[in-house]
Design a protein. Sequence first.
Length: 186
Amino acid sequence: MDSPNLKFSTILSIFFLLFLSSSPPSTKAESQLVDTICQETLNHTMCLEALGSDPQAKATTDLKVLAKITLRLSISNAKDSLRFINKTINNIINETDDQPIVVLAALKQCAYWYEAVVGSFKSALLELKEDIMTANYDIKVAGDDADYCESELVSKKVDIAPSVSERNYQVKLYSSIGFVITNKLP
């Protein structure tokens, strides 16, 4: 004979398994906003990876919230890149072998441009509250500043540039994401 406890636990187990196997109904809508934005950016796949690194970005259906998340990620990325460039400069200065002064000059110029990148992204974040067009402009300027750094590296033929060049591309990606989002804001 089946005991009432066994029947209850069997039914409870079935409901629990059904609950675990079902996906939340808003999953498709949540990822749809990010996917729609990323389709219009510099690199769809890298955009999905960048925004996918923040659980709130994947979950939001609000463009303004996504803009804020994107700009916070952008600021964090740009600050990290500035630290990397400054550390590279300090390593070159402290090394015993002589690096060409041209390498040091190019990296110092990139540090200058990255301070501007951080400032532009911070300004854009503040402007989201009052002036979307200015935020949009500031976001675009941040990408331009990364281009200036890249141009400096290329013109000086800096060998240690791949890591900095990758970081320049990341800034351009975040700039592209932010630009697409702010173009869609009312």
